[in-house]
Design a protein around this ligand. Structure first.
Ligand code: SF4
Length: 1001
């Protein structure tokens, strides 16, 4: 070690010292092969570029390499290379240990045999391995127990006990890793120490201000065999450079004979502080500033954008920088599982295990690269219409019920059935080795997806998934066959860690704070300088407390990193980021987040913040405020503001007709005039729509009265209401209504033919109806739906019991009776639930409703006049017109029975009061209201014929939008349309009906 030297100084002078060192060594021996070892690949890249600029003729014989790269070379030169274990291997090893140590799964009183726990344990084990802690737990524990007895020690018995358990895991992990012929990073450094004598001589270590114990051990070995020069970052003030003190003050002197301190450097630029509201504004401000610098001639490579962690900024940077024509580098690639193809592959693997859930199946077979028929646009609708949720539901695709349904296109049904059958027919190994599982899944990808026709990024996805499968194949070395569920759990976990290769570009460096160490730029923008972000919030690891870590170092000399020393590192990092700037150091903190919640600036800024915060430049939140700053505008911003958008587009070489059309559209809908074609004024209906609109019923007219667009969407366009398919296991309100009506219709039909036998009959009929609905329409009555059926049955039982007891002279005579006729000159039809007749020939109409409440509190004639509830008056009129009772006195009344309400009363406690559960309209009242009803039908019918389908929103808990299925397709957010509709003369009669003026006092 005699000739080894250390040179200490700030990075800025240290780099010059490195070049001087290289020049000197080459001067001594022009053919010398020099190796410069650095801590990171970013530093390798930076020094390579800097050397190319400084030595235009090249640096012959000089090689730049990371410390880990050197260790790998030395280790592999010593013995056959062994595979580097991926993180999933560490986790599996520790999962094995957890299971073998505690088969019952109650370590620390909890079942901790999970990947997450194993991962946390792996972090602690990695710290021990980096610190080269002896694997014999007795040696370590004895040492610590002795230390615990000293007065200076802060160790508790619990600390030692917990550490003892961790040491067990640590010992088992090391032995298992070795037995499997695998290695981790610590093992690489340890093996490399044996090959230190083979390293090239001399070695220059540049830029290390701290090391793990295994790195330090290798360096010690290298120092014994080779000539070393250590260029160690160090500087002032001491509290900034507290982190890594042990390395500089204790370790470096042990491997070097002399140390030379470089002169202090000038103070780095003072932070220039700005505040912003949320990440988006931070990046916007940064982009504007960078664009200005680039326009002023600053090369992009002289600018860096830094954040403590880049993750919160990536989406914004990827959107805003290209818009400002800023090329950039350093941004990590897209996470593998964010790519749609990777998501499809993962879902494809899981389908059989998850019992083929509908959405996952549709996602997989709908992927453009999935090998299937090209026409798949209606598959999703087909699956929804057949109420397919998962598993055996898919067999409905080939059932006679599906084939006979007219609303399901047969060709699409067949293709979907074939595709799903091929998915369900695929065989997977159940219990197999990791390698066999991996091979089967790799084959399955090629079988199911068009892997021969991939774009560049898709090819990267398939390649990365293949690498993950290869990694899992290695797990065979840990022994044992595994189930497919275990295999896929490990697969997904490993996929979550992978990212796709980033774009290989040049430009502004976008880096996290760790990557910028040792680099230099003219301008550095540091984002996210907020409390708990930079410095990050640090917590101790529960398995090894900081007290234990300190004692291990103090007693045994193994440098085990102390977590809370991380705050010292954060302070140093801030200093290094600041020192990386030679001209300007711009710091941006969030005064509020994007939602306006206050945030504190970082304590690292404390000494630079003015007392009066209003002196800090605040990036405005509003667009107008941003415009007023007078920054350079992007083409998009210019086009959005330009009075002549087409001209602006032409200037930027783009076609302007799309924007012109869009603007014309906006002008039309935003004008204060009349309703337009975009707002439901569609004009006389084309023939196919007119045919659908022709069959008016009471409920369709009610829909029109509620909201004309709702009627248009449901009855003219025939859009499927999403509500039916959304109820996974339950019945939708529509289905409950159908079920209730079907049971009552069947019961009273039986009553007409013979007699209604009471409760047992209700249950038998309900079972029949459910069977038929299951068979004919794919309605699945299980789980929640079965409970719902039970509710319906109980309600029907209660109603029927009451009804039979009060029928008196009335006899149910017609059930589900179709009637039609003309009202106000408009053809109307309907199906009446039940008509009773008495011996004198009088009729009464019974209509079944679910529940009493809401609008039913208002009198039926008033509801009819307002077009809200038209069934009662219309049905009375239709029965009267149809002369259903022959020459008898005709209908006397219509009674609406609210069936579910009958189940809420207990007749054994109190007699059921019918008037609380029904509503009536008698013939006399109907006669007085008839002209108004005719007018309602005439007005609504006329508007439908002329194509007026504007929106009539009414939000809030009592508004009708809450019960509407078409809120996601209508434009109820457009505030102008309702106002325009309210003002139009053609619609005055409509508003006169649905929203009459209150009578004048
Ligand atoms: S959500 Fe409201 S405005 Fe939209 S269609 Fe339904 S009822 Fe009309």
């Amino acid at each position: 070690m005699g000739g080894n030297r250390a040179v200490l100084g700030e990075y800025r002078t240290l780099e010059d010292a490195l070049w001087a060192e290289l020049e000197e060594l080459q001067r001594q021996d022009a053919l010398a092969r020099l190796t410069v070892v650095v801590p990171s690949t970013w530093l390798v890249r930076h020094l390579t570029v800097a050397a190319a600029r400084r030595f235009p003729d090249g640096l012959f014989g000089v090689r730049l390499i990371t410390f880990f790269g050197l260790a790998l070379e030395l280790a592999d030169a010593l013995s056959a290379p062994s595979s580097l274990a991926a993180p999933i291997v560490h986790e599996r090893l520790l999962l094995h240990w957890l299971e073998s140590r505690d088969p019952g799964g109650s370590l620390f009183g909890m079942d901790l045999r999970t990947y997450d726990f194993a991962s946390a344990l792996a972090g602690a084990v990695r710290d021990l391995r980096d610190a080269a802690v002896p694997s014999d737990p007795h040696v370590v524990l004895d040492g610590l127990r002795l230390a615990a007895g000293e007065s200076a020690s802060r160790l508790t018995a619990m600390d030692v006990r917990k550490f003892g358990v961790l040491l067990e895991a640590y010992g088992s992990y090391g032995a298992a890793l070795e037995a499997a012929g695998l290695q981790d990073r610590a093992a690489v450094f340890q093996r490399a120490a044996g090959g230190a004598a083979r390293a090239a001589d001399p070695l220059i270590f540049y830029g290390f201000y701290d090391m793990t114990q295994v790195q330090a051990d290798l360096l010690t070995e290298l120092a014994r065999h080779q000539h070393l020069v250590l260029l160690v970052p160090n500087g002032r003030p001491p509290d900034v450079w507290r982190f890594g003190q042990w390395f500089r003050d204790t370790f470096v002197p042990t491997v070097t004979a002399t140390a030379h301190r470089l002169p202090p450097v000038e103070e780095p630029p003072r932070p220039e502080i700005h505040s912003a509201a949320g990440e988006a504004d931070e990046v916007w401000f940064c982009a504007k500033e960078i664009r200005r610098l680039l326009d002023d001639g600053c090369p992009a490579r002289e600018i860096a954008v830094v954040a403590r962690t880049l993750e919160p900024y990536l989406v914004r940077v990827n959107a805003v920088f290209p818009e400002h024509c800023i090329s950039y580098t350093g941004v990590p690639g897209l996470p593998l599982l964010d790519h749609p193809l990777a998501q499809s592959i993962r879902s494809f693997f899981r389908l059989a295990l998850d019992d083929f859930p509908r959405q996952a199946v549709l996602d997989v077979i709908g992927h453009p690269l999935f090998r299937a028929e090209q026409r798949r646009d209606r598959w999703s609708l087909l699956a929804a219409r057949l109420r397919i949720h998962r598993g055996s539901d898919w067999f409905r695709l080939g059932s006679p019920m599906a084939e006979t349904r007219k609303d399901l296109p047969a060709a699409d049904l067949r293709r979907l059935a074939e595709t799903v059958a091929s998915l369900m027919g695929r065989t997977w190994p159940d219990i197999a080795s990791w390698r066999e599982h991996a091979a089967a899944h790799r084959r399955a990808i090629d079988d199911a997806f068009r892997t021969e026709a991939l774009l560049e990024q898709e090819a990267a996805v398939v390649r990365t998934v293949g690498e993950v499968l290869d990694t899992l194949g290695i797990l065979d070395r840990l022994g044992g066959a595994v189930s497919r569920a275990d295999f896929l759990e490990a697969f997904e976990r490993e996929c979550e860690r992978r990212v796709l290769p980033p774009r290989d570009t040049e430009g502004v460096a976008v880096l996290d704070a760790m990557a910028i160490r040792g680099l230099s730029f003219r301008h550095v923008f540091l984002l996210g300088l907020n409390a708990r972000v930079f410095p990050r919030f640090i917590v101790e690891v529960p398995f090894v407390s900081d007290a234990v870590r300190r004692e291990v170092f103090r007693v045994m000399g193994h440098h085990l990193a102390v977590r809370t020393d991380g705050y010292d590192e954060e302070r140093l990092l801030f200093h290094l980021v600041r020192s990386a700037a030679s001209e300007r150091f711009v710091c941006v903190y969030q005064r509020t987040d994007a939602r306006g919640r206050m945030r504190d600036p970082s304590p690292l800024l404390r000494s630079y913040l003015p007392l009066d915060r209003s002196l800090i430049d605040a990036v405005p939140r509003t667009e107008a405020g941003k415009r007023a700053r007078g920054n350079v505008r992007t083409p998009r911003e210019i086009m959005l503001e330009a009075p002549d958008a087409e001209e602006a587009l032409r200037v930027f070489g783009r076609a302007g007709d799309v924007l012109a059309r869009a603007r014309a559209f906006l002008r039309q809908i935003e004008c204060e005039g009349e309703l337009t074609g975009y707002e439901g004024r569609v004009g006389p209906l084309p023939a196919p729509w007119a045919r659908r609109a022709a069959g008016l019923t009471a409920s369709r007219l009610e829909d029109f009265g509620t909201c004309p667009f709702k009627y248009f969407a449901a009855d003219v366009l025939g859009l499927a209401a999403p509500g039916d398919e959304a109820c996974e296991d339950d019945l939708s309100p529509r289905e409950i209504g159908r079920l209730m009506h079907a049971i009552l219709a069947r019961l009273y039909t039986q009553g007409i033919e013979g007699s209604i036998a009471g409760a047992p009959a209700v249950r038998a009929v309900a079972a029949q109806v459910c069977d038929e609905l299951e068979r004919d329409e794919g309605l699945r009555v299980g789980g929640l739906a079965a409970l719902r059926v039970e509710q319906v049955v109980r309600a029907v039982e209660a109603f029927v019991a009451w009804d039979l007891a009060h029928l008196g002279a009335w006899v149910p005579t017609w059930v589900e009776a179709p009637v039609s006729g003309e009202v106000g000159g408009v053809p109307i039809r309907g199906i009446l639930d039940r008509i009773d007749r008495d011996p004198s020939g009088r009729l009464r109409i019974i209509e079944y409703k679910r529940r009493f409440g809401g609008p039913w509190r208002i009198a039926l004639e008033t509801l009819g006049r307002r077009g809200r509830k038209l069934q009662a008056p219309l049905y009375l009129g239709l029965v009267e017109g149809a002369r259903l009772g022959g020459d008898g006195p005709g209908p006397t009344e219509i009674v609406l029975q609210f069936i579910e309400n009958y189940a809420s009363d207990d007749p054994t406690v109190e007699p059921i009061r019918e008037r609380c559960h029904s509503r009536r309209l008698d013939a006399e009242t109907w006669t007085s209201v008839q002209p108004d009803i005719s007018r309602v039908v005439q007005v609504f019918g006329g508007l439908i014929r002329d194509g007026w389908f504007f929106i009539r929103p009414q939000d809030g808990p009592r508004g009708h939008c809450a019960q509407c299925d078409f809120g996601n397709v209508c434009r109820k957010g457009d505030a102008r349309a309702p106002t325009k509709a309210a003002r139009m003369a053609q619609l005055r009669s409509y508003w006169g009906i649905v929203r009459p003026q209150p009578p004048r006092p």
